[in-house]
Ligand binder design. Structure first.
Ligand code: SF4
Ligand code: SF4
Ligand SMILES: [Zn+2]
Length: 469
């Protein structure tokens, strides 16, 4: 048979998994028509081509944002079957836990069609015991010494009958920052709840679902129109100024046109310190949707931020050095009614060296003036933060003027997770968003949802034995 020249550029080689049998397969990273694809081949299920980025330059740029790995203080599992079947963390992992999730309940007062945890109010769903929760918190702390961020999650964590005791317990451990991942229903319904939450600051923040302003989009993602609930929850959080990040699950064709509007809205909310965008892959009601090729990639969400928002430009949305393939961020300062993008003033080298460095805010006259103004007027003890790293995850020690506090920082983050389609073993080894397993393992969030959650682990043995036979 005659051979043909390739109609793509073979960029590099990695390993992935087959999206059907989840066995490890070789994968070429190829560039074709200004897009980046994983081209895999499973000996049982044949070839598979998956879109992983629609921005070739940004994909390449991510490789310049790799900094030396930071290690946890211990490993939890031995290397036995090879990545990704040894989670974890096994000694082959390449990043400690910047953020560790702790699921305290399976129960939820919503039943979102997109729920990865399959949570609901069904009677067999249960709350985790205080003993188990303490065991898992201790596992996180043993791994990290002092943990950067623990995110209390679920299900809906506010439904746990011992919710505030759990917060007290977490506060008593060496953890720099505690987050609560919530759908906001409880906060909307009970005004005193936000007041109680405010008492856990500083070092405390809420991650509140906020996907859309459109009733039909909310119904598609969450099973019902939560517009009023979201507004009410935010009113309560604003009233008590409880540090809040809005979390937007972005679904192609449903809310990817609302990204700029959500950022603008977030900037107007007193309590809101940022927005996190998480692209999901789902066919929904879109016709002819192919999860391999019609995917919403991180690069597309990034472009939407740049084109839809007046605040963040291309230079402001940069790869996060601890896991550049899956995280991109932009920072802005909210100063005296103005919003000034900040990331472009951070020297790129300072992001990679991992030591204390200075924001070169002198380069911008407007910014300089605002910062000096702030210096002279701010006397609050809470505003003595000396470095952005102390305020925010995933940054090196970047010195900020002492009067810049959490109140002034606004962060936009894109957090993409790997699934059986875009799974790249090179990338997953750098995952820094982990989840505590009830048995004390600390597992990358991506692999947990594919291999290790609840009943999935029994399949894992079959995959391992199948792949070695
Ligand atoms: S993802 Fe990390 S922890 Fe899991 S097997 Fe691979 S290297 Fe080990
Ligand atoms: S609110 Fe969260 S935990 Fe509850 S069903 Fe929705 S996605 Fe799942
Ligand atoms: Zn296969």
């Amino acid at each position: 048979m005659a051979t043909k020249n390739r109609d793509y550029l073979f960029y590099e080689l990695t390993n992935s998994i087959c999206s059907v049998c989840l066995r490890k397969v070789e994968a070429k990273v190829i560039i074709q028509d200004d897009k980046v694809y994983l081209s895999k081949y499973c000996f049982t299920h044949g070839p598979e081509k998956v879109l992983i980025s629609d921005d070739v330059e940004y994909y390449k740029q991510c490789r310049q944002f790799i900094k030396p790995s930071e290690m946890p203080q211990r490993w939890n599992t031995p290397i036995k079957y090879g990545c990704p079947y040894d989670c974890g963390l096994c000694p082959d992992h390449e990043q400690h836990s910047c953020l560790t999730l702790l699921e305290i309940t399976d129960r939820c007062n919503l039943q979102c069609p997109i729920c990865y945890a399959d949570s609901s109010s069904a009677p067999h769903k249960s709350h985790r015991s205080m003993e188990d929760i303490e065991y898992m918190l201790d596992a996180i702390v043993k791994n990290e010494g002092e943990a950067d961020i623990v995110q209390i999650s679920g299900g809906e964590p506010t439904l746990h009958p011992h919710f505030f005791e759990i917060l007290d317990l977490a506060k008593s451990k060496p953890i720099k920052h505690i987050m609560v991942n919530t759908n906001g229903v409880k906060i909307a319904q009970d005004k005193t709840f936000a007041e109680k939450l405010a008492q856990y600051m500083p070092g405390f923040e809420l991650y509140v679902q906020f996907d859309s302003f459109k009733a039909d989009t909310l119904t598609s993602l969450r099973g019902k129109d939560l517009t009023a609930i979201r507004q009410q929850a935010l009113a309560h959080l604003n009233e008590h100024n409880v540090s809040t990040t809005l979390v937007v699950t972005v679904k192609k064709g449903w809310n990817d046109d609302e990204i700029g509007k959500i950022i603008d809205f977030a900037l107007q909310q007193k309590a809101v310190r940022g927005v996190t965008f998480q692209p999901i892959q789902s066919a929904g009601r879109l016709e002819d949707f192919d999860p391999k090729l019609d995917r919403l990639t991180l690069s597309e969400v990034r472009r939407n931020i740049i084109t839809q928002s007046d605040v963040f430009s291309e230079k402001d949305m940069i790869p996060v050095p601890c896991h550049p393939d899956c995280l991109a961020m932009g920072y802005a300062l909210k100063l005296e009614g103005d919003v000034i993008p900040l990331t472009q003033f951070i020297e790129p080298d300072s992001l990679l060296e991992g030591q204390r460095n200075t924001i070169v805010f002198e380069q911008d006259e407007q910014m300089k003036e605002k910062v000096f103004n702030l210096f002279s007027t701010s006397h609050s003890p809470a505003s003595s933060a000396a470095s952005l790293k102390d305020l925010l995850c995933c940054l090196p020690k970047v010195s900020a003027p002492p009067s810049i506090s959490y109140d002034h920082v606004f962060r936009v983050l894109i957090m993409q997770f790997l699934d059986p389609y875009n799974f790249d073993i090179r990338s997953v080894k750098k995952s820094c968003v982990h989840i505590a397993h009830p048995d004390g393992r600390i597992i990358p969030f991506d692999t947990y949802n594919i291999f290790y959650r609840d009943g999935l682990e029994s399949q894992l043995q079959q995959i391992i034995s199948g792949s070695s036979s």
